[in-house]
Design a protein around this ligand. Structure first.
Ligand SMILES: NC(=O)c1ccc[n+]([C@@H]2O[C@H](COP(=O)([O-])OP(=O)(O)OC[C@H]3O[C@@H](n4cnc5c(N)ncnc54)[C@H](OP(=O)(O)O)[C@@H]3O)[C@@H](O)[C@H]2O)c1
Length: 333
């Protein structure tokens, strides 16, 4: 668990706060009692944070002259940049402002397998900022998350209307991760000790391919779901027709190509107890109810299976299967 007393001692700035991860981080920190400020590009974007008692600073990473005030007095900055060709410049501006203000620790969201020689454009872009941070002299924590499970939401409509997931992942398996687990992990690196000058690659509990995702979904939404492996060029052309910009097309092309060749077929244990343990207690409202009933049902089946198989290994396997089924299902439902 993240520490309330540690959190409350720090002044924290969250950059990229309107993103799924950034907003989760800001809200979690605020709930922990930390003095939390978000950097957003307009007052309008800061409204929902203000309503939750979070401080709002307006600034634009593309305009370095707007950043000084936001970083002043900050102990730890959480910095997330957009997946854009501008990202290295935007991060550099944030880092410079942090340095000028005497920020002590930066937690940065990078990307899975970010490296200067990576075969994906986004990974090479992230590697530039990772290197700049590591050599900055400021204490750093670099988090390299795997593919967000939430990306699968792009298939929601076709699952609803046709029971099909059309994506160009071939047979490739990925150690995909729930973005809420990324939030929990990020918060932990801010509030807890021991994360200075560390680089973490965080993944979900299991590497799965899209056929397995479809099969899991099918089971939990009680309706046939089929994965259709679309040809890469066809998928990119369709995205182009729907107005996706060229940089994003290049980024997606590289990821789809690599993931279909199993580039993402791995998991790590870096996320520790932020995967699945917190998840069990995370659900609210309808999702929580659904999760609970599924979990009980699976638990019953799991217990019977364990009685047959016996031992700790059986218990562990059941728990993982439940995680994956239920996580994907709640998004698509
Ligand atoms: N999706 C994945 O599977 C995956 C996996 C691993 C790593 N990642 C990495 O995770 C990061 C977040 O991805 P995402 O898709 O969640 O991003 P996103 O939704 O596009 O969020 C980007 C954030 O950056 C802010 N921003 C953009 N330009 C800005 C500027 N000039 N000044 C200040 N703030 C600015 C945006 O604020 P506004 O509301 O003002 O636009 C938004 O809060 C990316 O670096 C991506 O490479 C993604």
């Amino acid at each position: 668990m993240s520490s309330i007393s540690n959190a409350s001692k720090k002044a924290i700035l969250v950059v990229g706060a309107t993103s799924t991860i950034g907003s989760g981080v800001a809200k979690s920190l605020s709930k922990l009692g930390a003095s939390t400020t978000v950097l957003v590009r307009s007052e309008e974007k800061g409204k929902s944070f203000k309503e939750e008692g979070i401080n709002v600073a307006v600034g634009d990473l593309a305009k370095p002259e707007t950043l000084g005030k936001a970083f002043k007095g900050i102990d730890t900055a959480f910095i997330l940049t957009p997946p854009s060709e501008l990202a290295p410049g935007l991060f550099s501006n944030a880092l410079w402002a942090a340095k000028q203000a005497g920020v002590k620790h930066i937690v940065r969201i990078s990307a899975v397998k970010a490296a200067h020689d990576a075969p994906t454009i986004n990974s090479r872009s992230h590697a530039l900022s990772d290197s700049e941070l590591i050599t900055s002299g400021i204490k750093y924590t670099i988090i390299k998350p795997h593919f967000f499970m939430q990306n699968l939401l792009m298939a929601t409509e076709s699952v609803k209307s046709e029971g099909k997931i059309y994506l160009p992942f071939g047979e490739g398996a990925l150690g995909m991760i729930d973005s809420r687990d990324i939030v929990d992990f990020s918060v932990k690196t801010i509030t807890d000790a021991g994360h200075d000058n560390k680089v973490y690659t965080i993944t979900g509990p299991e590497s799965i391919n899209l056929k397995q995702v479809a099969a899991s979904l099918s089971k939990v939404i009680n309706k046939p779901v089929e994965y259709v492996a679309v040809a890469l060029d066809t998928a990119i052309e369709q995205m182009k027709q729907s107005g996706v910009d060229q940089y994003t097309l290049n980024l997606l092309h590289d990821y789809f190509e690599q993931y279909s060749q199993n580039w993402g077929n791995f998991v790590t244990s870096d996320s520790g107890d932020c995967v699945s343990v917190d998840f069990f207690n995370f659900r609210k409202g309808k999702e929580g109810f659904r999760w609970k009933s599924e979990r009980e049902e699976e638990g019953r089946r799991g217990r019977k299976k364990r009685e047959r198989e016996g031992g700790r290994r059986g218990r562990e396997r059941d728990r993982r299967a439940i995680d994956i089924n239920s996580r994907v299902a709640v998004y698509i439902e």
